[in-house]
Design a protein around this ligand. Structure first.
Ligand SMILES: [Zn+2]
Length: 226
Protein backbone atom coordinates (compact mmCIF):
# COMPACT_ATOMS: atom_id res chain seq x y z
CA UNK A 1 0.00 0.00 0.00
CA UNK A 2 1.47 3.38 -1.03
CA UNK A 3 0.26 6.77 0.14
CA UNK A 4 0.44 9.10 -2.82
CA UNK A 5 -1.12 12.41 -1.74
CA UNK A 6 -3.38 13.98 0.89
CA UNK A 7 -6.66 15.84 0.24
CA UNK A 8 -8.42 17.97 2.85
CA UNK A 9 -12.23 17.97 2.86
CA UNK A 10 -14.30 19.72 5.53
CA UNK A 11 -13.97 17.99 8.91
CA UNK A 12 -13.14 14.61 7.37
CA UNK A 13 -9.65 14.08 6.00
CA UNK A 14 -9.13 11.61 3.17
CA UNK A 15 -6.00 10.48 1.44
CA UNK A 16 -5.44 8.51 -1.70
CA UNK A 17 -4.07 4.99 -1.40
CA UNK A 18 -2.96 2.54 -4.05
CA UNK A 19 -4.07 -1.03 -3.48
CA UNK A 20 -3.46 -4.40 -5.07
CA UNK A 21 -6.50 -6.64 -5.49
CA UNK A 22 -6.08 -10.08 -3.87
CA UNK A 23 -8.41 -11.62 -6.47
CA UNK A 24 -7.27 -10.26 -9.87
CA UNK A 25 -4.00 -8.56 -8.80
CA UNK A 26 -4.97 -5.26 -10.46
CA UNK A 27 -3.60 -2.08 -8.97
CA UNK A 28 -6.19 0.60 -8.26
CA UNK A 29 -6.55 3.85 -6.34
CA UNK A 30 -9.01 4.53 -3.56
CA UNK A 31 -9.60 7.09 -0.82
CA UNK A 32 -9.03 6.25 2.81
CA UNK A 33 -10.28 8.11 5.87
CA UNK A 34 -7.41 9.62 7.85
CA UNK A 35 -9.59 11.39 10.39
CA UNK A 36 -13.24 12.21 10.89
CA UNK A 37 -15.64 13.28 13.65
CA UNK A 38 -18.92 12.22 15.22
CA UNK A 39 -20.38 15.72 15.48
CA UNK A 40 -23.37 14.69 13.39
CA UNK A 41 -24.66 12.49 16.25
CA UNK A 42 -25.44 8.81 16.49
CA UNK A 43 -28.73 7.33 15.36
CA UNK A 44 -30.50 4.74 17.52
CA UNK A 45 -29.33 2.01 15.09
CA UNK A 46 -25.72 3.02 15.96
CA UNK A 47 -25.21 4.90 12.66
CA UNK A 48 -22.64 7.55 13.51
CA UNK A 49 -22.80 10.76 11.49
CA UNK A 50 -20.00 13.23 10.92
CA UNK A 51 -20.34 16.96 10.47
CA UNK A 52 -19.33 17.69 6.86
CA UNK A 53 -18.29 14.85 4.55
CA UNK A 54 -19.61 11.45 5.66
CA UNK A 55 -16.79 8.90 5.97
CA UNK A 56 -18.95 5.80 5.39
CA UNK A 57 -18.54 5.61 1.55
CA UNK A 58 -14.74 5.69 1.99
CA UNK A 59 -14.60 2.94 4.59
CA UNK A 60 -14.93 0.19 2.01
CA UNK A 61 -12.53 -0.50 -0.86
CA UNK A 62 -13.63 -2.05 -4.14
CA UNK A 63 -11.36 -3.28 -6.91
CA UNK A 64 -12.43 -1.42 -10.05
CA UNK A 65 -11.56 -4.44 -12.24
CA UNK A 66 -13.33 -7.36 -10.54
CA UNK A 67 -15.43 -5.82 -7.72
CA UNK A 68 -13.64 -7.54 -4.85
CA UNK A 69 -14.63 -5.44 -1.81
CA UNK A 70 -13.55 -5.29 1.82
CA UNK A 71 -13.30 -2.79 4.65
CA UNK A 72 -9.78 -1.32 5.05
CA UNK A 73 -8.84 -3.61 7.97
CA UNK A 74 -9.68 -6.69 5.89
CA UNK A 75 -8.38 -5.64 2.48
CA UNK A 76 -5.37 -7.73 1.53
CA UNK A 77 -5.32 -9.35 4.97
CA UNK A 78 -8.06 -11.96 4.66
CA UNK A 79 -7.22 -15.18 2.93
CA UNK A 80 -9.15 -15.66 -0.31
CA UNK A 81 -9.28 -19.18 -1.71
CA UNK A 82 -9.75 -20.12 -5.37
CA UNK A 83 -13.45 -20.87 -4.96
CA UNK A 84 -14.14 -17.42 -3.52
CA UNK A 85 -12.10 -15.79 -6.30
CA UNK A 86 -14.23 -17.61 -8.88
CA UNK A 87 -17.43 -16.42 -7.22
CA UNK A 88 -16.19 -12.81 -7.21
CA UNK A 89 -15.54 -13.07 -10.96
CA UNK A 90 -18.82 -14.84 -11.73
CA UNK A 91 -21.21 -13.05 -9.39
CA UNK A 92 -19.78 -9.62 -8.51
CA UNK A 93 -17.70 -8.61 -11.55
CA UNK A 94 -20.67 -8.48 -14.00
CA UNK A 95 -22.17 -5.62 -11.91
CA UNK A 96 -19.19 -3.44 -12.90
CA UNK A 97 -20.19 -3.71 -16.57
CA UNK A 98 -23.44 -1.84 -15.95
CA UNK A 99 -23.65 1.88 -16.62
CA UNK A 100 -24.75 3.03 -13.12
CA UNK A 101 -21.88 3.52 -10.70
CA UNK A 102 -21.61 1.00 -7.84
CA UNK A 103 -22.94 2.57 -4.63
CA UNK A 104 -21.29 2.32 -1.20
CA UNK A 105 -24.15 0.11 0.02
CA UNK A 106 -23.44 -2.34 -2.82
CA UNK A 107 -19.73 -2.38 -1.94
CA UNK A 108 -20.58 -3.27 1.67
CA UNK A 109 -22.94 -5.95 0.36
CA UNK A 110 -20.13 -7.41 -1.78
CA UNK A 111 -17.85 -7.33 1.30
CA UNK A 112 -20.52 -9.18 3.33
CA UNK A 113 -20.98 -11.83 0.62
CA UNK A 114 -17.23 -12.40 0.32
CA UNK A 115 -16.99 -12.90 4.10
CA UNK A 116 -19.90 -15.31 3.90
CA UNK A 117 -18.36 -17.28 1.01
CA UNK A 118 -15.09 -17.43 2.98
CA UNK A 119 -16.84 -18.96 6.00
CA UNK A 120 -16.50 -16.03 8.44
CA UNK A 121 -18.75 -15.65 11.48
CA UNK A 122 -22.28 -14.23 11.37
CA UNK A 123 -21.36 -11.23 13.59
CA UNK A 124 -18.82 -9.95 11.02
CA UNK A 125 -21.20 -10.49 8.12
CA UNK A 126 -23.94 -8.65 10.06
CA UNK A 127 -21.56 -5.73 10.58
CA UNK A 128 -21.00 -5.30 6.80
CA UNK A 129 -24.75 -5.51 6.10
CA UNK A 130 -25.39 -2.94 8.82
CA UNK A 131 -22.98 -0.57 7.06
CA UNK A 132 -24.85 -1.30 3.82
CA UNK A 133 -28.13 -0.30 5.53
CA UNK A 134 -26.60 2.91 6.90
CA UNK A 135 -25.26 3.69 3.42
CA UNK A 136 -28.76 3.26 1.99
CA UNK A 137 -29.99 5.94 4.43
CA UNK A 138 -27.30 8.28 3.07
CA UNK A 139 -28.21 7.23 -0.50
CA UNK A 140 -31.97 7.66 0.10
CA UNK A 141 -32.78 4.07 -0.97
CA UNK A 142 -35.57 3.02 1.41
CA UNK A 143 -36.25 -0.40 -0.13
CA UNK A 144 -32.64 -1.56 -0.09
CA UNK A 145 -32.27 -0.14 3.44
CA UNK A 146 -35.08 -2.44 4.62
CA UNK A 147 -33.57 -5.41 2.75
CA UNK A 148 -30.19 -4.91 4.45
CA UNK A 149 -31.74 -4.35 7.90
CA UNK A 150 -33.48 -7.74 7.56
CA UNK A 151 -30.14 -9.29 6.58
CA UNK A 152 -28.54 -7.85 9.75
CA UNK A 153 -31.42 -9.16 11.88
CA UNK A 154 -30.99 -12.65 10.42
CA UNK A 155 -27.22 -12.69 10.89
CA UNK A 156 -27.28 -11.22 14.41
CA UNK A 157 -30.03 -13.68 15.36
CA UNK A 158 -27.75 -16.45 14.13
CA UNK A 159 -24.75 -15.08 16.07
CA UNK A 160 -26.76 -14.56 19.29
CA UNK A 161 -28.28 -18.02 18.95
CA UNK A 162 -24.92 -19.74 19.40
CA UNK A 163 -22.96 -20.02 22.63
CA UNK A 164 -19.87 -18.13 21.45
CA UNK A 165 -21.12 -16.30 18.31
CA UNK A 166 -20.79 -12.95 20.13
CA UNK A 167 -18.55 -11.77 22.98
CA UNK A 168 -20.49 -12.12 26.22
CA UNK A 169 -20.21 -8.40 27.03
CA UNK A 170 -21.64 -7.45 23.62
CA UNK A 171 -24.81 -9.50 23.81
CA UNK A 172 -26.86 -6.70 25.43
CA UNK A 173 -25.86 -4.25 22.67
CA UNK A 174 -26.65 -6.67 19.84
CA UNK A 175 -29.95 -7.72 21.42
CA UNK A 176 -30.91 -4.05 21.67
CA UNK A 177 -29.82 -3.53 18.04
CA UNK A 178 -32.00 -6.38 16.73
CA UNK A 179 -34.97 -4.78 18.56
CA UNK A 180 -34.18 -1.42 17.02
CA UNK A 181 -33.81 -2.90 13.52
CA UNK A 182 -37.21 -4.63 13.84
CA UNK A 183 -38.67 -1.29 14.92
CA UNK A 184 -37.12 0.42 11.90
CA UNK A 185 -38.55 -2.14 9.47
CA UNK A 186 -41.98 -1.62 11.07
CA UNK A 187 -42.51 -4.75 13.21
CA UNK A 188 -43.21 -3.30 16.65
CA UNK A 189 -44.20 -6.66 18.15
CA UNK A 190 -40.85 -8.29 17.39
CA UNK A 191 -39.07 -5.06 18.32
CA UNK A 192 -40.67 -5.14 21.80
CA UNK A 193 -39.83 -8.82 22.16
CA UNK A 194 -36.13 -8.15 21.53
CA UNK A 195 -36.08 -4.97 23.66
CA UNK A 196 -37.54 -7.00 26.54
CA UNK A 197 -34.75 -9.57 26.21
CA UNK A 198 -32.03 -6.98 26.80
CA UNK A 199 -32.47 -7.08 30.60
CA UNK A 200 -31.42 -10.73 30.77
CA UNK A 201 -28.28 -9.97 28.72
CA UNK A 202 -26.95 -7.16 30.93
CA UNK A 203 -23.96 -8.54 32.82
CA UNK A 204 -22.19 -5.50 34.20
CA UNK A 205 -22.69 -1.71 34.56
CA UNK A 206 -21.41 -1.12 30.98
CA UNK A 207 -24.44 -3.02 29.65
CA UNK A 208 -26.98 -0.96 31.54
CA UNK A 209 -27.11 1.80 28.93
CA UNK A 210 -28.49 -0.74 26.41
CA UNK A 211 -31.30 -1.55 28.82
CA UNK A 212 -32.06 2.16 29.12
CA UNK A 213 -32.06 2.57 25.31
CA UNK A 214 -34.18 -0.58 24.88
CA UNK A 215 -36.87 0.80 27.21
CA UNK A 216 -36.70 4.20 25.53
CA UNK A 217 -37.07 2.73 22.00
CA UNK A 218 -39.88 0.41 23.12
CA UNK A 219 -41.91 3.06 24.95
CA UNK A 220 -41.03 6.41 23.40
CA UNK A 221 -38.73 5.93 20.39
CA UNK A 222 -36.24 8.55 19.31
CA UNK A 223 -34.16 8.92 16.15
CA UNK A 224 -30.87 9.83 17.85
CA UNK A 225 -28.99 8.36 20.78
CA UNK A 226 -27.06 11.56 21.31
ZN1 LIG B 1 -9.77 -7.30 -8.56
Amino acid sequence: MYITCAVEVPMTTLQQVELVCPVCESRFKSQEVVSTNAFGGRRTDLHERAAGTQPLPYRVYMCSECGYSAIPGDFGRLEIDEQVKERVIEIIKPRLGQSEPVTASEKYEFAAKILEWSGHGAEFIANRYLRAAWSCVEEGDVEAERYFRLKVIAKLGEALGTFDGVERNQRAMYTYLVGELWRRVGDNRLAAEWFNRVESEVLDPSGEKWLKFARQQRDCPREWLS
